[in-house]
Design a protein around this ligand. Structure first.
Ligand code: HEC
Ligand code: HEC
Ligand code: HEC
Ligand code: HEC
Length: 233
């Protein structure tokens, strides 16, 4: 009788442990593999300007960081793997072993805050949009360099840097759109910033206070003639 009781309680314990462990792992499985997206605070005046401040906590570090000349990017290499200005760059490096996910944490471990990656001998550029966690929805891996034939399609010219000031010394206008680029310091500061556009003053933080988007429209006025209003009188 005692033996039987022993065996029964052994199996009861086993069963309870099974339920507990199964329950735990089931709950774990339900958890999102995402980095939680922060709740948007509603008290910010202009949402599109909020991004300007997102990386501001790094501004002083960026200012004091020595420039690593040997590993600088330039606008040329920046545009090398973009189909056209504003297009999502392709992923120029191999993916981590077994990397099948769509992105998220796997990519953010390098691209959220940047930093030097020995394996690729380069600084990881900081993503301006860490909240868009389905990275590979837009960024595709470069699987081949050879399959494509050279065509005579010309690339759309990128806007130029260094020519957007109204006067020498005045703040240049932004020659690019700001959708998905609200986070200025991710491209304009830090070791992965292309050298031509690395900002001398990351610590000023509120970039859009001085830099406005270039939305001028030009009309062809041909030869200008003053209309003489008195003629028709
Ligand atoms: C181990 C760190 C690391 C991981 C993980 C990583 N990257 Fe990168 N990534 C880099 C580095 C370093 C570079 C710069 C390479 C260069 O300049 O040659 C880079 C470059 C890129 C670029 C090109 C950026 C540009 O401006 O041209 C894209 C796009 C990119 N990575 C996307 C991803 C995506 C998507 C994932 C996840 C699937 C990912 N990366 C995972 C380190 C990483
Ligand atoms: C909805 C599409 C989309 C998603 C999702 C997306 N990206 Fe991007 N990404 C873009 C586009 C478009 C650009 C180019 C921005 C530009 O030049 O205006 C870009 C630019 C970048 C750059 C280059 C920044 C630089 O300094 O040159 C990096 C790095 C990057 N993305 C990483 C990521 C990572 C990591 C993820 C996932 C966490 C991700 N992206 C998710 C569309 C996307
Ligand atoms: C995805 C990367 C990226 C982001 C994010 C970004 N920029 Fe730029 N910016 C560039 C590039 C690249 C250029 C050079 C011109 C070009 O190719 O579009 C540039 C040029 C500029 C220039 C002109 C510089 C000159 O010398 O004429 C200004 C000013 C500027 N950006 C301000 C900003 C501000 C302010 C923000 C934030 C609202 C911002 N940028 C966000 C990539 C970026
Ligand atoms: C108080 C006004 C002000 C603020 C705020 C400001 N800038 Fe500037 N910025 C300027 C002026 C003025 C110049 C022109 C400097 C020159 O020609 O010597 C300039 C030049 C630039 C350039 C051209 C390259 C260079 O450094 O000369 C870039 C890129 C740029 N700013 C980006 C930014 C970004 C990104 C921010 C936010 C972190 C920012 N600026 C904040 C006034 C400002």
């Amino acid at each position: 009788m005692k033996k039987r009781l022993g065996i029964i309680s052994f199996f009861v314990i086993l069963f309870i442990t099974f339920i507990v462990i199964w329950n735990y792992s089931y709950k774990k499985g339900l958890e999102e593999a995402y980095i939680p997206i922060k709740e948007q605070s509603l008290d910010f005046g202009i949402p599109s300007e909020k991004g300007v401040f997102t990386r501001a906590e790094f501004a002083l570090d960026y200012l004091n960081m020595p420039v690593d000349e040997a590993h600088q990017r330039s606008l040329e290499t920046y545009y090398d793997n973009r189909a056209y200005p504003g297009a999502p760059p392709s992923i120029p490096h191999e993916l981590l072993k077994g990397e099948r996910g769509i992105g998220g944490k796997a990519c953010l471990q390098c691209h959220q805050n940047g930093g030097f990656v020995d394996k690729f001998d380069a600084y990881a550029p900081v993503t301006p949009h860490p909240e868009m966690i389905n990275c590979r929805q837009c960024h595709v891996a470069q699987n081949t360099q050879t399959l494509f034939a050279i065509s005579n399609a010309t690339k759309i010219q990128a806007p130029k840097a260094g020519v957007n000031n109204a006067l020498p010394g005045s703040p240049p206008m932004m020659p690019h759109g700001i959708q998905m680029r609200e986070n200025c310091l991710s491209c304009h500061a830090g070791p992965a910033a292309p050298k031509e556009i690395r900002v001398t003053h990351p610590e000023r933080v509120n970039c859009r206070q001085c830099h406005v988007p270039d939305i001028r429209e030009f009309a062809d006025v041909e030869i200008f003639r003053r209309t003489n209003n008195h003629q028709n009188e």
